[in-house]
Ligand binder design. Structure first.
Ligand code: NDP
Ligand code: GUE
Length: 284
């Protein structure tokens, strides 16, 4: 029987713990506050925003929104970030990525105050992941993948893990975190080639798919009994939310799988709240 790795269950367990912490902070006069910076109307950004608002309300975190037009200039965006940096009532900031092409991502990463970087986009936070010193915060999605494996007691010691995607938001940091848990990682990307990718996936015990390619991973990539973590959040031709994995094709064959929605995304929002609360605690 294939095991369904229910992100919602993991997120709800985390939420319960967090509710106590926000209540305690509130008694000390601190109201944890997250600011979301969104440029444009990207589907996966909007999905995250919806999930985050719902989760924030449950946990007791306030959300402020900075929404900009797709055509915003670099200067204007950096101005917004400066304002957020200076606002002492804001504990954590989430800037949706990728940003439009007129924006230099590296400049945005540099502009953000590290102590407010609850999604681990600044170089300091990423260095903490790379060196294993855990200074700063991890990218929420990478941590969410690890929380799911942990919750269901799936250890990575000596396991072969294929990570599909090499972005700074997910592919690269999750590969580092898998290594820290003593897994053996192979990272694939758009230049890997289909044949090689199928071979690598079929020789892995765990597959972490984070490409942003709707339902691309079908059963031809999968080996029996494998654990499949589907990070992708895409909207298919029917307008429905779907992952990078073709759930109907893969789930009869694999050993365990996360659904979309209700999988990694749900946990990502809970981890985001956890990190906002940690930032709020550190601010007093
Ligand atoms: N569930 C959640 O909580 C989250 C979900 N997401 C979702 O995860 C997905 C990935 O996000 P993100 O990392 O930001 O996306 P990016 O577009 O930044 O990165 C995609 C990565 O996948 C690789 N890739 C693309 N197509 C292929 C292919 N056909 N074969 C192999 N590799 C490929 C790219 O390779 P190359 O580097 O060569 O271009 C790149 O490294 C998206 O669907 C996003 O919405 C993201 C964050 C959180
Ligand atoms: N800097 C940055 N970090 C990110 O982590 C990041 C990003 N940029 N850009 C956009 C993608 C996408 N993403 C999602 C996270 C959670 C849900 C989520 O909660 N989804 C719910 C469904 C919510 C709904 O649609 O109602 C679920 O899967 O169950 C969705 C999408 C994070 N991303």
């Amino acid at each position: 029987m294939t095991q369904l790795l229910k992100g919602k269950e993991v997120a709800d367990a985390l939420t319960e713990r967090l509710q106590n912490q926000t209540a305690e902070l509130q008694r000390r006069g601190v109201k944890p506050c997250l600011t979301i910076v969104r440029v444009g109307e990207n589907d996966s950004d909007l999905s995250y925003e919806r999930g985050a608002m719902k989760r924030a309300e449950k946990v007791g975190v306030t959300v402020k929104q900075y929404i900009f037009e797709e055509t915003i200039s670099q200067e204007e965006l950096l101005g917004g970030i400066e304002e957020i940096n200076e606002d002492a009532s804001i504990h954590g900031v989430l800037i949706f990525q990728p940003l439009p092409k007129q924006i230099d991502d590296a400049a945005v990463r540099k502009a953000l105050r590290p102590e407010k970087d609850v999604d681990g986009i600044t170089e300091g936070s990423l260095a903490g992941i790379f060196t294993g010193t855990h200074r700063g915060f991890a990218p929420c999605t990478a941590r969410a993948c690890m929380e799911i494996l942990d919750h269901y007691g799936i250890d990575l010691i000596g396991k072969r893990v294929a990570v599909l995607g090499r972005s700074l938001v997910i592919g690269k940091p999750v590969a580092m975190m898998v290594m820290e848990k003593n897994g053996t990682v192979t990272v694939c990307h758009s230049k890997t080639g289909k044949e090689a990718m199928i071979e690598i996936c079929q020789n892995s015990d765990v597959l972490i798919a984070a490409m942003g390619r709707a339902a691309m991973i079908d059963k031809s990539y999968v080996k029996a009994g494998q654990t499949v973590i589907d990070v992708g959040i895409n909207v298919n031709e029917e307008g429905k939310l779907c992952g990078d994995v073709d759930f109907d094709s893969v789930s009869p064959l694999c050993g365990a799988i996360t659904p979309v929605p209700g999988g990694v995304g749900a946990v990502t929002t809970a981890v985001l709240m956890l990190q906002v609360i940690e930032a709020a605690k550190l601010s007093v």
